[in-house]
Design a protein around this ligand. Structure first.
Ligand SMILES: Cc1ncc(COP(=O)(O)O)c(C=O)c1O
Length: 373
């Protein structure tokens, strides 16, 4: 009988799904990883017009339409003053596929991939799928990733390390100094830095910086997407930016696994990137207000929570049994250990939920905290 591939047997369905399935229909869901805003109208129109004009019926170039790649290139110039050649971009099916391409193209069997723990669930799973060896590393007290921790974890077997700022599940934002260090480490150790920047625009204080700004070699690769910035998770449109030799290797994986990103989504993304950006700022302002509400509510409930400076997650330290107690009272949160062993004793809350629901959830969480203490 045909056995299942060992690579795949090492991966299980994300713990986040299990929590959703355990929740009642009328539960308040603080488990979701997607903004609760509509996709901007001009992005939707970009797709509708392309469909109606018959421009979205055929395969596009494997890397994506030239116009979309121009728009992505212009975005890096606008946001970071970086010159990205449109030839050095692949439009992907979300940031997820971009991460997959990066690992498939750079990790040999058994090679190590260093990533934050707690960290986004895909880093561990995609490393296994690429037949690599996951090397989760712990975070600082403020839940940022210390470049020194990454440097210490590098061995001759290291293929790549992942930086994710702003971060899922912590909401932590790396400083510019840290990003400079990550770039230096990638350069000096000649290892690939995969910078997952899907939350790059959702930052409350200061600016997001990318290690790509500081690297002197081509050892930094950037993954981003329209998913969070433009509330387009369902459209499945992301990208990877890297040097041409890396893009050409990732294109081999993309060409045979995907052919090209969905054409209608590419037109929507082009419109999102080239159109007015004011909706993004409105969304970020709303997330910041909710962040403050959540921070106050959790602190008043007696929980310790590092101040999230970006994305739309908070990660309080919680007593034993807290997540179950909260879930039983009708609020969905994700236990921290769904994001790695070091997440134990924490919970992830997403505040991509309306303010009234958040207030209600905070009261329930305060009651649950009293009950388990
Ligand atoms: C840190 C991080 N990277 C990548 C992704 C994947 O995003 P996409 O929906 O664009 O595939 C997510 C989605 O939750 C994420 O949180």
């Amino acid at each position: 009988m045909t056995d299942f591939a060992a690579r795949v047997e090492q991966v299980s369905i994300s713990g986040i799904r299990e929590v959703f399935e355990a929740a009642g229909d009328d539960a308040i869901n603080l488990g979701l990883g997607q903004p609760d805003f509509p996709t901007p109208a001009h992005a939707r129109r970009g797709a509708i017009e392309a469909i109606e004009a018959g421009r979205a019926d055929a395969y596009t170039s494997n890397k994506g339409t030239p116009q979309l790649r121009e728009a992505i290139s212009a975005k890096y110039d606008r946001d970071y003053g970086l010159a990205v050649d449109p030839e050095d971009v692949i439009a992907t099916s979300g940031g997820s596929e971009a991460l997959h391409l990066a690992l498939e193209a750079h990790v040999d069997p058994g090679e190590e991939v260093i990533f934050p723990d707690p960290g986004f669930v895909s880093y561990d799973a995609l490393t296994h799928i690429a037949d690599g060896t996951p090397k989760p590393v712990g975070l600082r007290e403020d839940l940022t990733l210390d470049p020194a921790t990454v440097e210490d974890a590098i061995t001759p077997e290291t293929a790549a390390f992942v930086v994710n700022s702003p971060a899922n599940p912590t909401g932590a934002v790396q400083s510019e100094a840290d990003m400079r260090e990550f770039a230096r480490i990638a350069d000096e150790h000649d290892v690939l830095c995969i910078s997952d920047e899907v939350y790059e625009h959702i930052v409350f204080e200061g600016d997001h910086h990318s290690p790509l700004e500081f690297a002197e070699t081509d050892n930094v690769l950037v993954v981003s997407a329209c998913s969070k910035t433009y509330s387009m998770t369902g459209w499945r449109l992301g990208w990877v930016v890297a040097s041409n030799r890396r893009i050409e290797r990732m294109l081999r994986v993309h060409q045979y696994g995907q052919a090209c990103a969905s054409a209608p989504a590419q037109y929507a993304a082009e419109a999102a990137l080239t159109g007015p950006q004011d909706r993004v700022q409105e969304m970020v302002d709303t997330f910041e207000q909710r962040r403050d509400l959540v921070l106050d509510g959790l602190t008043d409930a007696g929980l310790e929570v590092p101040t999230p400076e970006g994305a739309f997650y908070a990660m309080p330290k919680v007593p034993d049994g807290w997540c179950d107690e909260v879930l039983e009272r009708g609020v969905v949160v994700v236990p921290g250990d769904a994001f790695g062993a070091n997440g134990e004793g924490y919970a992830r809350l997403s505040y991509a939920t309306g303010t009234e629901e958040l207030k209600e959830a905070l009261e329930i969480m305060a009651d649950a905290t009293r009950a388990v203490r």
